[in-house]
Design a protein. Structure first.
Length: 336
């Protein structure tokens, strides 16, 4: 077993998932201001440190994706954030793309940037303690999109990024996200997600990526948020499994879903159904941001010094998703 394969399996085995705490300063400011907490570096750190030192980190979380600001911060106990995370059990990781910008040649679509200087930044992050990385390609769904241009451009960028990450002996998370924004059907989402994932793997193979040493972070197959034709959760699970079974090479050790605008409960329930029906060899787990943090953030905002109360809520959410990653979640357990 290669070292990269070993790290990927440690992150996702036994129901463990990934805490996506890689919100940019701008995004985190919106989240904090949305709950009337001033977005200072100290407050951003306090909330994240509250999560990172929760009991569930040892049992439920295998990896934490950090943002550039956070990986360089010092905790209240005077240890570096990657050291705090490692001491709790999970592997620290880092978001390395610099965001999605307008795609030249197709102004309604996006291309993710950040390849310039990436090799040097990866060395810096590795020295800070990162064991894995994340890069997100983002795609719109409509009659005309994603275009061939964005399929090719984002797949190529994801492959270039993955090659540099593996060269630096870290595990790349490959995240091609088809957005839920729109009135598209689940059938459209299925077809376009299949195209995107297949194109990504075509490029990964061309770039000689060790597929046993990556984690795929896809969206589930859902109808658009403005669609009149929502599908039942059982159908979400069936279509998602079908899409991945037909699009992902068998060497890939694990798949960690993004929550993509689903509510906390929806994201847990859909993950649980996927695992109840999972007849593949892929580990199917979670890499959630809001769907792990939202309730904890709301509670915390009422009294930012109530660390224990906030951790209790976060522990519950993480535990529910870890049960779902094993197909063992139920509404009864959720509400106990």
């Amino acid at each position: 077993m290669s070292e990269l394969n070993n790290i990927a399996l440690q992150i996702l085995s036994n129901g463990k998932g990934i805490l996506a705490a890689d919100e940019s300063t701008g995004t985190m400011t919106k989240r904090l201001e949305g709950v009337n907490v001033p977005s200072t570096p100290e407050n951003r750190m306090l909330f994240r440190e509250t999560l990172f030192s929760s009991a569930c980190m040892n049992d439920c979380i295998g990896g934490v994706i950090l943002y550039d600001e956070t990986i360089k911060q010092i905790s209240s106990k005077k240890n570096k954030i990657p050291e705090l995370i490692s001491s709790m059990g999970p592997h620290p990781g880092i978001k390395v793309d610099t965001g999605a910008k307008v795609l030249a040649g197709s102004p309604n679509e996006k291309i993710t940037e950040g390849l310039d200087g990436l090799r040097e930044r990866l060395k810096e992050y590795q020295n800070l303690g990162a064991k894995f990385t994340k890069w997100r390609g983002v795609y719109s769904i409509s009659k005309d999109y994603p275009s061939k241009l964005t399929l090719q451009s984002n797949a190529h960028a994801l492959a270039r990024y993955s090659a540099l990450v593996q060269e630096c002996n870290m595990v790349p998370i490959v995240e091609p996200e088809l957005l839920m924004d729109g009135d598209h059907s689940a059938k459209d989402c299925y077809q376009k997600t299949s195209e995107v994932i297949q194109k990504c793997f075509d490029e990964l193979i061309i770039h000689k990526i060790d597929l046993k040493g990556i984690i795929l972070k896809p969206n589930m197959i859902l109808a658009g948020n403005r669609s009149k034709n929502k599908i039942p959760n059982e159908e979400v699970a069936k279509l998602t499994l079908d899409c991945l079974r037909n699009s992902v090479p068998s060497e890939v050790p694990g798949i960690a879903f993004l929550s993509g605008g689903q509510s906390e409960i929806e994201a847990t329930e859909n993950l649980n159904l996927i695992n109840k029906h999972n007849d593949t060899n892929f580990i199917m787990s979670y890499s959630y941001g809001r769907a792990l943090q939202q309730s904890a953030l709301k509670f915390w905002s009422k009294n930012i010094q109530d660390i224990e109360g906030t951790q209790k809520i976060f522990n519950h959410r993480a535990k529910m998703n870890t049960l779902a990653a094993q197909g063992k979640w139920s509404k009864e357990i959720e509400n106990q």
